[in-house]
Each structure stands twice: as C-alpha cells, then as structure tokens.
Design a protein around this ligand. Sequence first.
Ligand code: PMP
Length: 361
Amino acid sequence: MSKIYNFSAGPATLPEEVLRQAQIDLLDYQHSGLSILEMTHRSKGFQQIADQAEADLREVLSIPADYSVLFLAGGGRTQFAMVPMNLAAENPKMAYAETGIWSELAIQEARIYGEVTIAASSKANKHTRLPAATDWQIPKDAAYLHYTDNETVHGLEFPSPPESQGLPLVSDMSSNLLSRPVDISRYGIIYACAQKNLGPAGITIVIIRNELLARKPFDFTPNMLRYANQAADKSLYNTPPTFPWYVAGLMFQWVKKSGGVEKFAELNRLKSSQLYDVIDESAFYINPVDPAGRSRMNVVFTLANPDLTPQFLQEAQKHGLYNLKGHRAVGGIRASIYNAMPQAGVDALIAFMRDFEKRFT
Ligand code: PMP
C-alpha cells in the first residue's frame, strides 16, 4: 500500500484489510468463480452477505429487536426527503435543530412537505457552539424532532442526544455512526450514508423503530422511497448497490474484530484530543468550536495567517497528508479522522503541523 494518509471527509479512507479482502472477492468471490460485482442480488450468496451485514451491524450497535435495518441507495440527502415523506403526511409539522450546513439542507428539504419549526439553532454563533439544553423550544405537536449528530463541515458534534420531549427523535449520523456506542432505543430513526465511517459511497443505513413503519406516507411518495416497502422487501425492492453493501459488511466485521464501538470511542477520543491540544497550545492554529461540542470526527481549524493556508495544504500533500482542505463553504483546514484513520496518520499530521508552525512563526 502507498504511504499516504487520506483525511477526506468522504468518500473517506478505508482499512487496508477491508480493501485487500474486496480485492480478492472482486476477482473470485469465495471460490465461486464469480466476481462480487457479478453476483445477482437474488442469489443465495448475496442473501448471505446481506444477512451477515445486518447481523453484524445489529451486534455492534446492540440494535433492539423492534427496529428494522435498511440498506438503501440515494445517500444522506435522499433521507432528507424520505423522513418527512414517510413521517409527516398526517401531521405536516416538523421540528428541526439547526446546527450547520447539513441540518440546514435537511430543513430546506423538509419545507417542501410541511411546516418546519426551528427547535434550536446555533446560527447566531456561526455553528461554533451547540444550543444550550435550556434554549430548546420543541413544539409538542410535531411529527418528529430531527437533528444532525455530527456536522461534518463545521466540526460540531453532540456529545449526547438532545431531549425530544416525547417526539420520535430522528438523527442524521452520516459522519459519526459506529464511532461510539449509541442507545438506539432513544431514537425513532437513525440514518447514515456510508462513505465516511461505514464503507464506500452508494449505500445508506437506516435504523427505524418498527412502529414508525406504520405511519402513512404522503400519497405521492414513490414506492422506492417508502420505508415500509423497503422493510417488507428486506431492502431488495429493486436492485440495490450490491458492492457498497458488501463492503459495508466487511467494515462491520472489521469494527467487531477491532474491539467494537466501545474501543473506537476510546481511540476517537484520543486521536481528536491530541489534535485539539496541538491547536489550543498554539496561537498559530485556531479552532473556534466550543470544546463541549467539538467533533471527534472532523477537526476543523484555520491558520492565524490565512495567507499561509495554500502553502500548508501543498506542503502537507508533499508529506503524504492528503485532502486537508476545509469544505468550500467555510475554507480553512479540515482533518477528517474517522475510525479507519490510524493513530499513525494523526501522529504524522501533528508532526507536520508543529514543524510548519516552527518554520512560519
Ligand atoms: N449529512 C451529513 C452529516 C453529511 O456529512 C453528508 C455528506 N457530507 C450528508 C448528509 C449528505 O450525504 P450524501 O452526499 O450521501 O447525500
């Protein structure tokens, strides 16, 4: 393997052993003579892959029996539409927390289907501080409360879920699912696109409490976008993205083998705090996020002298540290350090940051 570290926010770095297994199965899946790419989703072989992926995900996240697990196409943004389409038809009033670009986009989409109340917002502080628990105003009659567990662009993450006042809690965990244990029973729906912490782009995980499958969707909801249809057909309503589904399954096995989400919670805490320490100890690097809401997945920072940013990025790349450029909406630097980013990658980034600071102070 080449010696670069990929800090991309997604599609993101994958563990070498997962890529090697995929490489083997790409040519000949378990001595079947078929490539994994050539297997029909209606075959026994693929059904085994799908069943194993679901069983492993249920095990790693301790998903209770009264929840369904769906493997869908369309990425995170299709969920921005599926959630209101499926949950809000009979009561088109929805409550959303606004904590960054991804929740803003979810809100924009939900407004197509009904009335959105902003239950809490961090807009006034440019999404650098989570709304205080006392600042939430949740309409009791809303169909659900939606929030984004980790704002990938701003590096703002909820340390624990907000109180939903009895409403079904819907969470976008696209950029932090499997990074720590989650008490699934607190949620109505958790969804996550795979290309950050769960595998390659193309598959999206939805964990949904079964009682919500009984809600009547808007009449115009396409069959493909009805949770109940997908659950009834075990996510095989149409031809699913079989390869990303299979790689996500390899990722779940890798998480299990590596010590589970408890272990990753520990590693992620350590990796991110090391980076935040380097930033906080210097006047050269700045992270504006309140420590209580700092993301363990996406560490964002700027240089006190922003003119040095292009040079920082260029030199970082020469040192094998790739894709550190911040999101186009906010600029600066972003180091995405999901489960598959090894400690050695973070060590290399820290060494580079210290050296760069020394040379340009
Ligand atoms: N939600 C979050 C938190 C994200 O980070 C992203 C992608 N960056 C999305 C949703 C959208 O996912 P997709 O590109 O798969 O639609």
